[in-house]
Design a protein around this ligand. Structure first.
Ligand code: NAP
Length: 169
């Protein structure tokens, strides 16, 4: 799971664990304790080592960074595996994926009541937890962009209605 600490990644990691996968989380070192607490079996600090150089024979890479850089993971994958850039725009490597027998695909989220109903029990019993990076009132929505631009997000940024700001640095 690349980009494992962010809004998408911390859910993808937990869903993979819930489904029984062995998960390697890739993020900057500040997130290691957080990601191990969410269930990561292994951790790679991408600021110290390129994950595609040290991971081999994986079945699935979910890449929350994605785009043009996703194809570097093809060499880390098993034949028959799947590479899933969350941000698909600019994704390259289709020919190499074909040669290596790797399925490369992406999608755009659509809210699904049925899927939310499926996942409700594991949210209620905290099998899957929602991490909150920071919280802003709707009237201060521009702060969300400021926080996002700072990077290193851990979990979700929340907008609240009729609440005071509770920014957690
Ligand atoms: N397809 C869809 O429907 C869909 C839906 C939602 C989001 N997205 C896209 O998915 C992407 C991720 O969204 P998000 O909400 O998870 O973003 P986010 O909350 O900003 O998280 C990004 C995470 O990546 C880490 N990161 C940054 N550079 C990295 C690198 N080189 N290698 C590994 N980790 C790195 C950041 O922290 P550290 O640098 O400290 O590790 C951060 O935790 C965005 O491009 C978004 O547009 C697509």
């Amino acid at each position: 799971m690349n980009g494992a600490a962010g809004g998408v990644g911390h859910f993808a990691l937990q869903i993979a664990k819930w489904k029984g996968a062995h998960v390697t989380a890739v993020a900057s070192g500040r997130h290691e304790e957080f990601l191990r607490d969410l269930g990561a079996d292994a951790f790679i600090d991408y600021t110290k080592v390129a994950p595609e150089d040290v991971v081999q024979d994986v079945d699935l890479v979910v890449d929350a960074i994605g785009g043009p850089t996703s194809a570097r993971f093809l060499r880390s994958m098993k034949r028959g595996g799947a590479l899933f850039p969350i941000f698909g725009l600019g994704a390259a490597g289709g020919d190499e994926a074909h040669e290596r027998g790797v399925t490369m695909s992406t999608t755009q989220i659509r809210a699904s009541r049925a899927q939310l109903e499926d996942i409700r029990p594991v949210l209620n019993d905290a099998t899957i937890r929602v991490a909150i990076d920071s919280c802003f009132p709707l009237s201060d929505a521009s702060m969300v962009h400021k926080r996002a631009a700072e990077g290193h997000i851990q979990g979700k940024i929340v907008l609240t209605v009729d609440e005071q700001p509770g920014y957690r640095a």
